[in-house]
Design a protein around this ligand. Structure first.
Ligand SMILES: C[C@H](O)[C@H](O)[C@@H](O)C(=O)CO
Ligand code: MN
Length: 409
């Protein structure tokens, strides 16, 4: 179907497709570096602790150094319409030095900033509280040993400094997202003590006010090896974020499998200035599958648009699948997020709200279902064409061709 006939069909519903395309173009998505190398990083030192997260698979083409990762990212960005961001973890430093986590400095990441400036993207950042011998007890900021807590507090402080410098250098605030794997494999005796230690460590880490960066905290239900208790649970961080005015990061893989994460957005947004999303696809657990254009993603996008939350929500991705092409994973996952947003932007909101406000649930239902038949694909193709991104078989050929060039790594 041509764009013009699709546009006319949406216009019959009172929906302006050109306006939706324009809004979508300006929604940046923070693409996570760690899909490109299976969450390995570029340090010369790691511990055994995986933090309870696990990339599985051995598809050829894993990026082995910063140059390979940047080349892969550049390819992916070119296939994703619009202008986006990169979400970098501290373990992805680009330096010949071997600083420990409590020794990292901005200069260890400066090549990333130069590169980001060169291709016109913003950066986000994360302290790395896993894959290190001082995290092998599955406790970092909540560790009973003050020496270990202090080590990680120093790491966190340094990432805040680095994030602030990245934000200033690129003229765009850098989100520094804190996720710690802390928890217990078996039932703890004193949850309160562990949570009090985590809170005190965070307070020390975040004490200094900073500009050009935003702090975010990410909760989790459980991870491998911490099945009995995660110290930084949802309730813990929701309270912390509200009290301390940080962003709250909601990761779609960090809740009970039957919980509706989309439903949480409007609930927490009333108490928070800004939110961060880690859009992911859990399968039975926090499996971090590449996101599909499924009901969960469509519901998230629906809530972001219906709740007018796009202005206060930073959209980040968090998945890592090593059984498929890593560049294809980035491209497909990010485009699926955009497709979901496009569908939400193409809804006749006034009509749907009017039906709901009038308690006319029959109309709400029938309109919702009829909307599913509209030609979203034609609008998506037009969006891609206007932004120089391929679709369909052309996209597949380009993904395959690039993968062939990296398969020998
Ligand atoms: C690598 C990320 O920091 C990590 O995936 C974190 O965001 C998470 O979701 C852990 O389960
Ligand atoms: Mn996450």
């Amino acid at each position: 179907m041509s764009y013009e006939s699709a546009k006319a069909q949406f216009a019959d519903w009172g929906v302006d497709t050109d306006a939706a395309i324009k809004v979508l173009k300006d929604i940046p998505i923070s693409i996570h570096c760690w899909q490109g190398d299976d969450v390995v990083g570029f340090e010369n030192q790691t511990g055994t602790s995986g933090g309870g997260i696990q990339a599985t698979g051995n598809h050829p083409g894993r990026a082995r150094n910063p140059d390979e990762l940047r080349a892969d990212l550049e390819f992916a960005y070119a296939k994703i319409p619009g202008s986006h961001r990169l979400n970098l973890h501290a373990m992805y430093m680009d330096t010949d030095d071997t600083p420990d986590r409590d020794e990292i400095e901005y200069r260890h990441f400066a090549p990333w900033v130069d590169w980001a400036r060169g291709i016109g993207i913003g950066l986000d950042f994360n302290p790395t509280f896993f894959a290190h011998k001082k995290a092998d007890d599955n406790l970092t900021l909540a560790h009973p040993d003050k020496g270990i807590r202090d080590f990680w507090i120093e790491h966190g402080k340094r990432t805040r400094d680095i994030a602030a410098q990245m934000g200033a250098a690129l003229g765009s605030p850098c989100i520094n997202n804190i996720w710690v794997p802390d928890g217990f494999k078996d039932l703890p005796i004193d949850r309160m003590a562990a949570r009090a230690r985590l809170e005190a460590s965070l307070d020390t880490m975040l004490a200094e006010a900073k500009s050009d960066m935003l702090d975010a905290v990410e909760s989790k239900l459980f991870g491998i090896g911490v099945e009995a208790c995660t110290v930084g649970s949802h309730e813990f961080y929701m309270g912390y974020a509200i009290r301390n005015k940080t962003l709250l990061c909601l990761d779609m893989g960090h809740f009970h499998p039957t919980e509706n994460i989309a439903d949480k957005l409007s609930a927490v947004a009333l108490s928070l200035d800004e939110l961060l999303l880690h859009v992911s696809r859990p399968m039975r657990w926090d499996s971090d599958h590449v996101i599909m254009l499924n009901d969960d993603i469509l519901a998230m996008a629906h809530e972001l648009v219906s709740g007018d939350l796009l202005g206060k929500t930073h959209i980040g991705l968090d998945f890592f699948d090593a059984t498929i092409s890593r560049t294809a994973a980035w491209v497909i996952g990010t485009r699926n997020m955009q497709k979901a947003l496009l569908q939400a932007l193409l809804k006749p909101w006034d009509r749907l709200r009017a039906a709901e406000d009038a308690l006319d649930f029959t109309s709400r239902f029938v309109v919702t279902e009829e909307l599913k038949d509209l030609p979203y694909g034609a609008v998506w193709s037009e969006f891609c064409a206007r932004n120089g991104a391929p679709t369909g078989t052309e996209l597949i050929t380009e993904l395959d061709t690039y993968q062939a060039t990296v398969a020998g790594r």
